[in-house]
Write a protein that binds this ligand. Structure first.
Ligand SMILES: [Zn+2]
Length: 282
């Protein structure tokens, strides 16, 4: 292979980047309205994902759900579906394109094509202080996929059944009555709640490091549509060393659902499904 470096290589590298999707092009969520509604909200339910297991939960549009670290540092893999149509699911890739590699207060979780609308909005994040560290790491990523037994098989040549993919599959199967092999087709790339990740600056590789989460830390969301959610307490624990095994110390995760008082969101409507005609030029 001949050297393909052009004479103006440095000049080409020096071209300034352009943000693909400037966030100001999106309608901003009305965080003040959500905060007023949240102030009078009461708790409806709670559920707990046991270590190396997943739990499902239901949230109606205009309710809130909070994921809290309890007992010890733990990361969680979150899946969201439209409650009335599991084909509409969280789209981590487009969420990443719109908001960046990690989400925090004011960012939204978007649904898959052809629905592509906000499913949930982050309204509180006690790890918002973390920012981006010297390695390029940050918290609550939409760059990882989910730990899964297929990648584990490729890399380690054995069966492991408590990867987040399998935990989410079992939880969704139990929730819906579907066979596990059917349910797993609805499991999708996650929001890595509390996980601290990035891409190494020198090689561009996906990395994880010990999550800064401590018991009592939480991330809370406003549900923009009726949701079915599932959260897996990842076998990686705080993801400081390994995952896809029983080696890491793991802890449960708590999910609480809160309902605002009647009339607190007057004038607010769930986002409609995406308005594109789907004619694709034909
Ligand atoms: Zn995991």
């Amino acid at each position: 292979m001949p050297d393909t470096t052009p004479p103006d290589a440095d000049a080409r590298r020096a071209v300034a980047p352009v943000i693909c999707y400037p966030p100001e092009t999106l309608d901003p969520p009305d965080l003040a309205l959500y905060a007023r509604a949240r102030a009078g909200a009461h708790k409806l339910s709670d559920s707990v994902a046991a270590p190396r297991e997943a739990a499902t939960f239901h949230v109606k549009a205009a309710q809130f759900f909070r994921i809290t670290s309890v007992e010890g540092p733990q990361v969680g893999d979150l899946n969201l579906w439209a409650a009335d149509d599991l084909n509409e699911r969280f789209f981590s890739g487009k969420t990443r394109a719109l908001h960046g590699t990690h989400v925090s207060t004011g960012d939204r979780l978007w649904s898959s094509i052809p629905y592509l609308r906000p499913m949930a909005t982050v309204v509180e994040d006690t790890l918002g202080w973390y920012g981006i560290d010297e390695f390029g790491g940050a918290v609550h990523d939409v760059i990882g996929t989910r730990c899964d037994p297929y990648t584990h098989m490729l890399l380690n040549h054995d069966d492991y059944h408590h990867c987040c993919h399998s935990n989410l599959t079992r939880a969704l199967a139990a929730e819906t009555g579907m066979a596990p092999q059917e349910a797993e087709l609805f499991v999708h790339d996650v929001l890595n709640v509390f996980m601290c990740t990035g891409f190494s600056r020198d090689t561009g590789q996906y990395f994880m490091k010990a999550s800064p989460v401590r018991p009592g830390d939480y991330i809370e969301f406003f549900a923009e549509i009726d949701l079915l959610g599932a959260i897996s307490a990842c076998p990686g624990g705080d993801c400081s060393t390994t995952h896809s095994s029983d080696q890491a110390q793991c802890h449960p995760l708590l999910v609480e659902v809160f309902a605002p008082p009647a009339g607190a969101l007057q004038g607010w409507r769930p986002a409609p499904r995406n308005g594109y005609s789907r004619s694709h030029g034909l």
